[in-house]
Design a protein around this ligand. Structure first.
Ligand SMILES: Cc1ncc(C[n+]2csc(CCOP(=O)(O)OP(=O)(O)O)c2C)c(N)n1
Length: 200
């Protein structure tokens, strides 16, 4: 396949739009590296679970969380390489079909965190198409501000499991200060959900 180049959206502002005034009933899962820092830059809060270092795990974590926390909305903000690393999870999500789960793929067509090496979606691999074929609904590719605003309700409150791909420019945004201690972040998240009884 040939390499393609198209996106004009900037990832930090797209994620800020996505998460603007997000409510306490929404749990956020963010994948390793740049998506984690996108989410932290937009809305750092205890109800966020960050995949610090653990590439490939975020869609499964988000699925489990959506099933276990059926009264909450779960939005997973994922890298394209992250999603593809464990793409079989799309099948499990389709079969389990939690309506409260929204996957949002920040698709820069690169392994951004490790130096912007070219990744599969640059050659036309269609993550939204893969998700639709698995059975997720709705699915869509977002390329403009207007597309993004048009998809906000579907992502934030609409029935899922959904998957939206946001095509963004391949940039390396600034680092954001955020704890790197996974146990601390996990305990903080559990405390936000269950209070002190959630800490074992
Ligand atoms: C199992 C595993 N493999 C590789 C890495 C190194 N790694 C961290 S982030 C990353 C690239 C992630 O790319 P993507 O998910 O598309 O996110 P982006 O930074 O491009 O937004 C890689 C290869 C890792 N942390 N864990």
């Amino acid at each position: 396949m040939e390499e393609k180049q198209s996106a004009s959206l900037e990832r930090r502002s797209a994620v800020a739009t996505l998460l603007q005034d997000i409510d306490d009933n929404t749990l956020l899962v963010a994948s390793v590296g740049t998506p984690t820092l996108d989410v932290a830059a937009a809305s750092e809060r205890p109800q966020n679970f960050y995949g610090r270092g653990a590439m490939g795990t975020a869609s499964s974590v988000a699925l489990g969380l959506a099933l276990a926390q059926g009264e909450k909305r779960v939005i997973a903000v994922l890298g394209d390489a992250e999603l593809l690393m464990t793409a079989g999870t799309l099948a499990t999500i389709a079969v389990m079909a939690p309506e409260n789960l929204s996957l949002v793929v920040i698709d820069n067509e690169r392994y951004g965190e490790t130096g912007l090496q070219i990744a599969a979606t640059a050659f036309g691999v269609d993550i939204a198409g893969m998700a639709a074929a698995a059975g997720l609904s709705p699915t869509a590719v977002i390329r403009t501000e207007a597309d993004l605003h048009g998809a906000l309700d579907a992502i934030r409150i609409g029935p899922g499991p959904s998957l939206h791909v946001i095509k963004v420019r391949p940039e390396k945004p600034e680092k954001v200060p955020l704890a790197y201690d996974g146990v601390y972040l996990k305990n903080r998240f559990r405390r936000a959900l269950f209070g002190d009884e959630g800490i074992t």
